[in-house]
Design a protein around this ligand. Sequence first.
Ligand code: C2E
Ligand code: CA
Ligand code: CA
Length: 657
Amino acid sequence: MDKAKRFFKKSLRNILKFLGITGYSDSFKKYVDRDNARSGILVSSIVMVLEFYMICYVLYHMLMDSKIRSYAWLIQHLTAYAVFFLCALLLYIFSYNFLKNRMTNRWIGKIYMIFFAVVALAFGIFISYLDYQKGEHALAFITVEIITMGIMIWRPITSISLVTGSFLLFYFICDSSISATYATQMNLFTVWLAILITTVGRFHQKAIEAKNAEHIENMNLYLSQVAVTDEATGIGNMLAFRNEVGEIRSKSEADFLSRNFLFLDILNFKSYNEKHGFDEGTRFLNAIAHTIKYSFAGEPVARFSDDHFVVFAKRDALNSTAELEVKLASIRRKIMNSDPEVKLGLKVGSYTPEDVLCHTITACDFARYACESINKKYGVDFCEYTTASAEDFARKQYVINNIDRAISQGYIQIYYQPVVLAKNKELCGFEALARWIDPNYGFMPPYTFIPVLEEYRQIHKLDAYVLQEVCRDILNARAKNVPVFPVSVNFSKIDFELMNIEELLEVYVEKQGIGKENIHIEVTESALSEDDRNLRETLHRLKTKDYSLWLDDFGSGYSGLNLLKEFEFDMMKIDMAFLKDFASSPKSRPILKNIITLAKDIGMHTLSEGVETNEAFDFLQEIGCERIQGYLFGKPMPREEVIEKIQNSSFILPNLS
Ligand code: C2E
Ligand code: CA
Ligand code: CA
């Protein structure tokens, strides 16, 4: 029963669809309306030309031809031509205005189209009826059928009604005056069928075309949206941003110059991603993107890349900073509240365009430089672009892009700074310090490249190279019979993640017979933390292998004293900050004294860095600091200078015999 019901329903649906009563979308209607308007122009033009010709033809013959037909015939025909001509003219006006979008009510057009068809068919019937009586063919009627029903698109229900109705009417009118022959009946039937098939067929063909056109239009719409949308967040992408900024630029110079390019960078997003997973990370970015968009409603906002966004924000002349700060603070709050444990944050760089010629992407890059320049600055969240930011950024990029070349081309050189025993000033070792002598930038001090290499996780390349060079220098010195002293080599905390230090020491130190006592391993205090198991275990293994571990920059970091319990260092290198203002600050002495006592109590040796004056040296010697490093005994120097100074006894050398 159900099956029959379903079949019945389906059949009914198909019949209704076939007749053009249901199942056609708005876009199909629009497509057909426009098509009919174009056909309307064509049909009305043909009709107007034909009827004008006919009017002229009849008038000419009336005046010139002696065999003039009756006056009534003339009036009948002229009226019919004129009415048809006027109807065509109206159709032309309707169609033209519809195409120009001046007439939007489709029902007026539809009703008029039917009216025109009825007039046209009536005209055809009338003329052909007159011809039929004279024994001529029904060519006028058939021509009108083809022009109106065949060129324009009709719903099958309408075309079937109009075509069948007009044929029946024509047949009965003619048949009632002169009985139609079998041949006439058959001819009329065949033409009726042909016109019907054509009109219905054209409708369904148009339906398919309209569907394809709709599909293409939807696709175009989708593609044009995708082209300007950021996939992950759904807000605009850089193409959209450039377009919007371009529009502002071309509309109003004043508006353009009253705005700032902002570059927003979410801090620690990587940790958030690692903790919560990629999908949650994307959801978080999405939420933040919409918060930014909401905060800067109506202004160009886009995702620049990863966790970076750009805004072309209005700078209110009166209280610009206050307003901007409120907006940024609310975005920052939202970011930080997403997971207080991850320590998320927001850094913002800003660039004020100087003129309208400024290129959008370059302006975004300037705002980015400004943002990057405060990346590591604790407590600084906003930075306006200056030329210095750009130079900083350029140098950073240079370091990252050229570290491999600098190593392979020998731009990195090792300088050695002497370390002496406090008790007798005898030389007892050196610290190896890297220098980058660049063909473009000249002498680059470590603070310009070490932090950058650490940030971009490239520092292991440098440190491995320094170790290798130090070992080579020791072997060369030995070969030349120059006395060898232990050298301490600096290692960054992330070296322990990025390379296998034990293996490296095995290759360069142990296998080459350098002697473990000749290489000391320096690790900065601030690098240490209790939960870093890998670092602690590696240091422990090095310790059991008899390497001497030196704790660098003691007192400069934020790590607590209890770390001293966790790690097994042999030497405490007291940070040079304690000697700053040594002469003037009365607190320096008791602090240093206590540090030395503490180190001794827990079994660590001591070394003071940054000793520049005899006064400081005397005090350190007095309180029992064992080793001294500082300009008082020598600045970091190239290997050749070290060898020369050892050979000509510029240093106090221990009795080596
Ligand atoms: P650091 O390990 O604390 O090195 C001591 C720094 O203090 C050196 O600066 C040295 O030139 C400077 N110095 C020594 N005596 C005095 C003094 O009496 N007065 C003053 N004012 N300064 C003195 P440098 O060579 O500029 O190195 C800076 C930092 O760069 C180093 O601090 C170290 O943390 C890092 N570094 C240098 N070379 C390397 C390296 O090969 N690898 C790694 N990972 N870091 C390195
Ligand atoms: Ca050091
Ligand atoms: Ca140090």
